[in-house]
Design a protein around this ligand. Sequence first.
Ligand SMILES: Nc1ncnc2c1ncn2[C@@H]1O[C@H](COP(=O)(O)OP(=O)(O)OP(=O)(O)O)[C@@H](O)[C@H]1O
Ligand SMILES: [Mg+2]
Length: 310
Amino acid sequence: MEALVSRALSKTYRGSRGTVRALDAVDMSIAKGRLFAFLGRNGAGKTTFIKIATALLLPTSGTVELFGVDVVDHAREVREQIAIVPQEGKPFYHLTPREHIVEYLRVRGATGESAKNRAQEVLQGMGLVQYQDIPAMVLSGGLQQRTLVAMVLATEAPFLFLDEPTLGMDPFARRQVWEVIRRAARKGSTVLLTTHYLDEAEQLSEELSVIEGGHVLYQGTAEALKSKVHLEIRLQFEGGFTTQELASYGQVFTEHGRVTLLTTRGRVPELTQRALERKTAINVGPVTLEEAFLTLVGRTIEDEDAEAAP
Ligand SMILES: Nc1ncnc2c1ncn2[C@@H]1O[C@H](COP(=O)(O)OP(=O)(O)OP(=O)(O)O)[C@@H](O)[C@H]1O
Ligand SMILES: [Mg+2]
């Protein structure tokens, strides 16, 4: 069964600075219970999609159904099925992490006892126990974000929308959050998350889609996306080679001074040898989602429009 289906979903923002077509005929479907990553550069349309799917924003045209229910026609019904970590959300400054979770669960209809127990479990899973009674205003940014994510994951809502849940977290905290997200998915929640960390998407998600300029360019597994890159090895250089020289070995990308070459296994020994002769460091590994994204979109996920403008 599908948990989310969007059909020809479009959104045009109209304002004093002109019109922006943020979504253009987006068709997407997410199976129930799936852990799904939504990827795209800044301004690709991810948050707009999430806002429409969570009944916070009206589409210009097209439809979204959650568990078979139209989100525009039945917004209230849909809201009971979902919980959202909004992009750049802020906690309530005078409430502690524990209070955030308990109060939110109570508002959503849990009894006091079960809310307390759930809170304890999630605080533990998210590494928040030692901060549980500290008002959010004196917590660091990463801990405030963890509080928001804990509050939402504690709901175990059938559909969890997480817009950049791990933004600003240290690598250790990110891994804790992944574990709690995985647990929610194992218990049956469907999860849609956005992230600019492609390693995170690769490790965490079972399926993903890539959006660029309001168009969905890909939906499927990370593995299948990587296999579209026909070269299996990536090498990164810190200088020492000219782009022209490298082009004879495969496909070359240069961004922000870093040179990446995609090539075949057989060419690696020769390139390594040459790099050593030239005293240049190289980094060799299998093709990652990073290169797959670059090949599909033509730009890296961090690439800003302003920088790329002629
Ligand atoms: N309220 C608004 N009014 C006008 N334009 C908007 C509004 N919200 C978003 N946009 C524009 O719509 C496009 C899509 O924005 P959106 O926030 O959905 O992107 P995103 O993929 O979430 O980006 P990011 O990775 O930076 O969060 C962008 O061009 C953005 O400038
Ligand atoms: Mg966004």
